[in-house]
Design a protein around this ligand. Structure first.
Ligand code: MG
Length: 452
């Protein structure tokens, strides 16, 4: 049931109140204690919340209702309250408004590891015993989890330096959970904030909640016309933050990841940065230039976060704007990302200038339909063909690293019958031609199967 980001589906199709009720019982049976619950602004949140509460209380769990707050804010609450056994976030992150989901948070505030989700799934599939009338759980409300989270972020950056710089920013809350925290964060950082889509509206009238370049056109225009120092947008549950420069240009995720990695590592004088194998070599080049090193993992923020813990790494993240700061908490952290970016601008100058100074890499992305049961054979076939003379990395799918610094990554999708092909190089034509070459490799392999 659980995918990479909890259980998700379309309301009253595969995400129903019956599911939320049984899920509440299963999660409560697993946690056996007080459970914090929060949601983003989706229209369906009250329906799922009510059903989930019934389930949790029926098995004897007390609920701490945190209201509408970002995912990293409930994660911070759970992490800092030892009496709480775990948390549940009702969100479908960046998905369209007809979706919603249930995501479990472990006792330490991290995203729940797969093994524990499997235990909950196992409870879910069984008949669950409920408590007697006098052992039912109760609900209490706590309304300061959002501001507690903002205060915790402030403690991790140089607030005085940011205040002194008198920055102006445009903040696009995407009508989501960020409405409760992002304007407050700006106020406390002394940043003049011009807000956009900053009212909680779960049908997302402003724009779809995925912070893509296409969806952030209003943000770009407003940054330019206001002469702001930067623009920032969150996704629906505000664990990710995506930026626009002072000239109104969209900042691709690998660039904000690189800049913030540089800020963190240079201020520490070194350290390990953790990122998935799909990330641009730009990150590695920038991090090495300030004395740091890179550790690559499989794709997925919980995997990045767990590896950071193991490696004692101060910073990690993915190219989708989901950045993780070890000194705050081991999860994607939207508010922390804004605060660090502000610090980065104060220390190193205008955002557009910093972007212009980054090394240039070209990425080619393709996808090919491939039956799930042929994915392993396909990879083995390509390994055989390219192993000689090239470095092969099997961390996630197959990454072939060429002597010229370029690489190709073939990644089977975990959810769809497709293969994603990424090709990156400092040479634009080489990146493009390799993308085509490997697409052809995959297609001719699949054609060969068809003939056989
Ligand atoms: Mg999200």
């Amino acid at each position: 049931m659980f995918g990479t980001n909890g259980v998700r589906g379309i309301i009253n199709n595969d995400m129903t109140c019956d599911l939320a009720l049984q899920m509440g019982k299963a999660i409560g049976t697993f946690f056996k204690g007080d459970v914090a619950v929060a949601s983003d602004t989706r229209v369906s949140a009250p329906m799922l919340r009510s059903a989930l509460y019934s389930g949790l209380m029926a098995v004897g769990c007390n609920i701490i209702d945190l209201g509408v707050i970002p995912t990293p804010a409930i994660q911070y609450y759970v992490k800092t309250h030892a009496s709480v056994a775990g948390g549940v976030m009702i969100t479908a992150s960046h998905n369209p408004p007809e979706f919603n989901g249930i995501k479990c948070i472990d006792f330490d505030g991290t995203e729940m590891p797969r093994e524990k989700e499997e235990v909950i799934e196992d409870f879910y599939s069984k008949s669950i015993e409920c408590k007697e009338w006098n052992e039912l759980g109760r609900i209490s409300k706590y309304s300061n989890a959002g501001s507690d989270y903002v205060d915790a972020v402030l403690a991790k950056v140089d607030v005085d330096a940011i205040k002194a710089a008198k920055l102006t920013a445009v903040v696009d809350c995407a009508n989501g959970a960020a409405c409760s925290t992002a304007p407050l964060l700006m106020e406390k950082l002394g940043i003049r904030a011009i807000t956009l889509n900053a009212n909680e509206q779960g049908d997302f009238p402003g724009h779809p909640s995925e912070p893509t370049e296409e969806n952030l056109k209003d943000l770009s225009c407003l940054v330019k016309s206001a002469g702001a120092d930067f623009g920032v947008a969150h996704d629906g549950d505000a664990d990710r933050a995506v930026f626009v420069t002072n000239t109104g240009a969209y900042v691709p995720g690998e660039k904000s990841l690189s800049l913030i990695a540089k800020t963190v590592i240079s201020s520490l004088g070194g350290g390990k940065v953790v990122t998935p194998v799909s990330s641009s070599s730009m990150v590695e080049e920038v991090v090495k230039s300030v004395g740091g090193s890179l550790i690559y993992t499989a794709v997925g923020s919980p995997i990045v976060a767990r590896r950071m813990i193991q490696e004692n790494s101060p910073f990690g993240g993915e190219e989708n704007g989901g950045l993780i700061f070890a000194d705050h908490q081991y999860c994607r952290d939207g508010a922390m990302t804004i605060a660090k970016m502000a610090e980065c601008i104060v220390r190193f100058g205008p955002l557009q200038d910093q972007i212009d100074q980054l090394p240039v890499y070209y990425v080619e992305k393709r996808k090919v339909t491939c039956p799930n049961n042929r994915k392993d054979d396909l990879i083995n076939n390509i390994v055989e063909k390219y192993a000689e003379g090239n470095r092969i990395d099997r961390t996630d799918g197959l990454k072939i690293l060429f002597d010229d610094g370029g690489w190709v990554l073939l990644r089977p999708s975990g959810t769809e019958p497709i293969f994603r092909i990424y090709s990156e190089s400092k040479d634009k034509e080489l990146s493009a031609s390799r993308g085509i070459e490997f697409e052809q490799e995959v297609l001719s392999f699949l054609e060969g199967i068809g003939k056989a």
